[in-house]
Design a protein around this ligand. Structure first.
Ligand code: COA
Length: 164
């Protein structure tokens, strides 16, 4: 399996894959593929990684710039999606490992809204003072590369359509 940057030729496969994978997630909004496209249009995809196998896109991870209050340097990971027929083969982990390796080179940390039971294995955890309006605090997760606890509102790119 190859983890690489997206190319223009991947765009429709990314849309289908994200749409299909997110259908499995009860809290999904159905807008995740459109968020990726809005991030791309806004030149805000700091990472857009595909997992490719035998010429097919089987996994996808996006990251975009985020802030904690006015502190920049955070990489917001999401969506992360793997083709449902290919779950539990380590594709999600391979995408996340490469994303964290790249974000560590320049960023302060990575953050996301997601299930701690899955993301905990990569070192993500909730922090007492880290929040996203309207989200339960236990799913607002971060991995500060310097170990300093983030405190404040995790502010996503406007493409996510969250209240700021
Ligand atoms: C979550 C997702 C990206 C994981 O991809 P994957 O390639 O199957 O993951 P990996 O093979 O690297 O890891 C599999 C492990 O994660 C666990 N896992 C997968 N989804 C999980 C979840 N929602 N909660 C807890 N654990 C989860 C599996 O049980 C498995 O555990 P094990 O290794 O102990 O058996 C994939 O299941 C997916 O696309 N799901 C639908 C979309 C989604 O939920 N995206 C994340 C939120 S944005």
């Amino acid at each position: 399996m190859l983890i690489r940057n997206e190319t223009v030729a991947d765009i429709s496969a990314i849309r289908s894959l994200v749409t299909e994978a997110m259908r499995l997630l009860p809290q999904a909004t159905g807008t995740e593929a459109s968020i990726v496209e809005a991030l791309r249009a806004g030149r805000a995809l700091s990472l857009s990684l595909v997992a490719e196998e035998e010429g097919a896109v089987v996994g996808y991870l996006a990251a975009s710039p985020a802030r904690v209050d006015d502190q920049g340097g955070w990489g917001l990971i999401g969506p992360l999606a793997v083709l449902p027929s290919r779950h539990r083969e380590g594709i999600g982990a391979a995408l996340m490992t490469e994303a964290l390796r790249r974000l560590r080179e320049t960023g302060r940390g990575a953050a996301l809204v997601g299930n701690p039971a899955y993301y905990g294995r990569f070192g993500f955890r909730a922090f007492h003072d880290l929040r996203v309006a309207g989200c339960p605090p236990e799913v607002v997760l971060a991995l500060p590369f310097d170990g300093v606890a983030p405190a404040g509102e995790l502010i996503h790119h406007p493409a996510f359509g969250l209240a700021q």
